[in-house]
Every structure is written in structure tokens, then in C-alpha cells.
Design a protein around this ligand. Structure first.
Ligand code: ADP
Ligand code: MG
Length: 321
């Protein structure tokens, strides 16, 4: 099967590639065309997943299809953007029809779950690597930036933390666990649910936001730096699933929540007057700390003691001492 047949069979024919709101022209020409309503801005984000770095090379392709798009869509959630579409740049070592069929199926499921149309891409041969670019729209000036947090705001997260980090040793085959513990954690890893609706609900309310990809402490550091404030995280307030605590114990679960990667849960700062209305509307929302004058991120125990650990989250290209 040649490049063009592959594109048309697996991708252009997928339900998610048949256009949607905001898509003027999809796959097939030199560019896709997006229609943006007057007064809205285009939100754009790119993510690359490399086999052996971001996922095991021999993983289940359907799950990879879901996860590769969810990771990218999560950035739209973090900006409060409404999804429009995405492009897929796929580098493949060889054309295996079973792999492509399953990958495209997983991708299509997640695309329809998120309301994202596949609008184009590129297909090349080489070591397996997946690059997604997602496009969304947001009313001008209302995107949720990292830079708006103010002293006095609450620090909140949109759901349980650490589940994907807890799942990683299971994904890598480094350990096993009873199905009752393993299944909910693996589901989080392979099929994270980008918090798109929550992000949109936070427009005009949250003062800063991002999606947690490198652990709560490291990602809060980005908000603290961009907003020129200090963030204080309360250890006792971390939302932890029972599966994660069952697998790792309380200490291990806290460690995964603070420093593990891949959660794709929103973290945001909120002026306190917005808390009760969001809670009443039923949004998943946990207050895990507060914004103070100053700089950096600190972790505090129940007694208010500063127990900030030295190492925070995963970084590519980190210098070794
Ligand atoms: P060009 O050579 O002009 O870059 P291509 O031949 O690479 O175009 O692609 C032809 C069309 O198929 C384009 O519209 C492109 O966006 C789309 N396309 C290519 N690869 C993919 C893919 N993996 N998924 C979705 N669309 C794709
Ligand atoms: Mg091309």
C-alpha cells in the first residue's frame, strides 16, 4: 500500500475526518482551512510522542491512538479553548495494516470524544513517532494563561493525581497488580480524558491554568514563575484514588501525585469568590493549596511545616550534576 492509499484508507476515511464545526476544508489539499468566528482567537499546540521515550514501542496501537491525541487535546483544555481540529504527522517504520487499523480506531474514538476533526497531516517512513497539532478557538482575551495568578487565589486541581505515574510500572511490565487496582490506573494512562469542558467553564474565572504533565510540583512551578507569585501545596489535600493508594500506599501515592508525570488533569488558580458557584455546578475541583506573594513552589504538611522535596518531575535534557 502506497502513502496516498494509506492516508485515504486509514485516515481520510475515518469518521473524525469528515469535517465539523469550524472546518472549512479538511484532508486532501495542500492546506486545511479553518473558519474562525469574529472575535475569537486560534489556540494551537503541538506534541510529539516518540516510541521508547513516551510509550513502549510494542504497546497496543488502539490505546496509543487514544492516548496520543488525548495528550495533545489536554493543552486545549488548559487554555479554555473549544476544540476544532488536529493534524497528524506520523512516522512509521513499516506499514502494518493491523497496527494502522487499530491505531486509527483509537484515534477516531478520542477525536470524537473531544470534538476534534482530523484535518490533515503528513506520513513518512522512519522510527515510530507521532506528532499531533491541535487547533481550538477561544474568545479574544479569554484564554487561560499561566501568568494571571495573584496572591490570595486558591490553587485547585480538576481530579485525582498520580494515577498515570502509578500505572507506568504496569505499562512497562515492571510489576503486576490485581485487576481491581491495575485496571483503573491503566485506563487513566492509556485513555486520559482531557478536561475540555472544565477548561471552558473556567474562562473568566480561573486566573491561571495548565494541564499537569510533569507532576504537580513541577507544573505549579510554571505558574509561579509566569505569574511572579509563590504557590503553596498542602500535602494533606492531594486527591488520590483508592486504586493508587492500594497499589503504592499513602506515601507512594503522594509521591506519584507530586512528582509523577502524565496526569493531564488541570491545575488552576482561582479567586476564592468563584469557588462555590463552580462547586455547585458540579465541576470536579479540589483545593490543594494557595497563592502567596513571593516566588517558587513549596509543599507543606498538616502542621504547616515546609517539607518541599529537592527533585520535581521529569525533564528531557535535564543536566546531570
Ligand atoms: P503535501 O505533499 O502537499 O504535503 P501530502 O501528500 O503529504 O501533501 O498529503 C496529502 C493530504 O493528506 C494532505 O491534505 C495532508 O494534510 C493529508 N495527510 C497526509 N498524511 C496524513 C495523516 N497521517 N493523517 C491525516 N491526513 C494526512
Ligand atoms: Mg506532505
Amino acid at each position: 500500500m502506497g502513502e496516498f492509499e494509506l492516508i485515504s484508507h486509514y485516515f481520510a476515511a475515518a469518521p473524525c475526518a469528515q469535517g465539523g464545526e469550524g472546518v472549512g476544508l479538511g484532508i486532501g489539499d495542500d492546506c486545511a482551512l479553518l473558519n474562525l468566528p469574529a472575535g475569537e482567537q486560534l489556540a494551537i499546540s503541538t506534541d510529539t510522542l516518540v516510541a521508547g521515550v513516551h510509550f513502549p514501542a510494542l504497546c497496543e496501537p488502539l490505546l496509543l491512538g487514544q492516548r496520543s491525541l488525548a495528550v495533545a487535546a489536554s493543552d486545549l483544555a488548559a487554555m479554555g479553548a473549544t476544540p476544532i481540529g488536529f493534524t497528524l504527522a506520523l512516522t512509521l517504520p513499516e506499514v502494518g495494516s493491523r497496527w494502522l487499523q487499530a491505531y486509527a480506531e483509537g484515534l477516531d474514538r478520542m477525536a470524537r470524544h473531544c470534538g476534534l476533526s482530523l484535518i490533515g497531516g503528513d506520513t513518512t517512513r522512519g522510527p515510530l513517532s507521532i506528532t499531533m497539532t491541535v487547533f481550538g478557538r477561544v474568545p479574544a482575551g479569554q484564554a487561560l494563561l499561566r501568568s494571571g495568578a495573584r496572591a490570595g487565589d486558591l490553587l485547585c486541581v480538576g481530579g485525582d493525581l498520580g494515577n498515570a505515574a502509578g500505572a507506568l510500572p504496569l505499562v512497562l511490565g515492571e510489576r503486576t497488580a490485581a485487576a481491581a487496582l491495575a485496571e483503573p490506573l491503566l485506563a487513566h494512562y492509556w485513555s486520559p480524558s482531557p478536561q475540555l469542558a472544565l477548561g471552558q467553564a473556567l474562562r473568566g474565572k480561573a486566573s491561571a491554568a495548565l494541564d499537569i504533565s510533569d507532576g504537580l510540583l513541577a507544573d505549579c512551578g510554571h505558574i509561579a514563575k509566569a505569574s511572579k507569585v509563590a504557590l503553596q501545596v498542602d500535602l494533606d489535600e492531594l486527591p488520590l484514588s483508592s486504586a493508587l493508594q492500594g497499589l503504592l500506599g499513602l506515601e507512594g501515592a503522594r509521591q506519584a501525585a507530586l512528582s509523577g508525570g502524565d496526569d493531564y488533569v488541570l491545575a488552576f488558580t482561582l479567586p476564592p469568590q468563584h469557588l462555590s458557584s463552580l462547586q455547585q455546578d458540579g465541576w470536579p475541583l479540589h483545593v490543594v493549596g494557595r497563592v502567596l506573594e513571593g516566588q517558587g513552589v513549596s509543599l507543606h504538611d498538616r502542621q504547616g511545616q515546609d517539607i518541599t522535596p529537592a527533585v520535581r518531575g521529569y525533564q528531557h535534557f535535564r543536566e546531570t550534576p
